[in-house]
Design a protein around this ligand. Sequence first.
Ligand SMILES: [Zn+2]
Length: 230
Amino acid sequence: MGVIQISDHVYQLELPLVNVFLLELNQELVLIDVGPYKSKRLLYQLICETGRDPLKIAHIVITHAHYDHTGALSAIKKDTNARVYMQADDASLVSKGIAWQPTNAIASFLMTTFTLGGKIKFPFINIKPVTADEFIESGTILLNELLVITAPGHWKNQVVLLMQSDGGLLFAADSAENISGLKLSSENQDRRIASSSLKKLSALDFSKAVFSHGKPIISSASEIFRKTFG
Ligand SMILES: [Zn+2]
């Protein structure tokens, strides 16, 4: 746990389950993902360590609905009234307080059975609902700086972000992990689609890459991606 400075205006904030990212763009604070439910206090502490005021978060970009990326969203939005950006289908889930949904009939049946038709709540499924302020899709350029790219496989609606300044910085979300070496995320809805998303990302140029799970790559990142996934 702690803070890693990635570039002049980007910090990796390490929460127990996930990394989230604090950016300062045009003197405004931007968070990429927020961490699970109850991580707000620790997140605010880490933001204070960077010398910034957590209550000044102006924008929150969510890469995908999973609870480790969205759980604290409701609490942080209440405190900051930050503008929330999300892919439209994930925004629809999160607006209903859903962070995960089965994608096939068997899993759907099992979930309905185990939750007694939704009566029993699970932290990885149920979050506090939040309404997104703006939908993002592939090709959207956020805040003049962050190119949105869809990267399904780990999760059907996942997006990653490419920051175009400073030689390129890829916020890879859960498209890949770098815990013990760079590899495909260990959890995928569809491994084949996840692989082809990574091939697509490997064709881009970026010098740095950061991950929701694992260590940052701080130079020659797209070359390393191409060697690993290309
Ligand atoms: Zn995920």
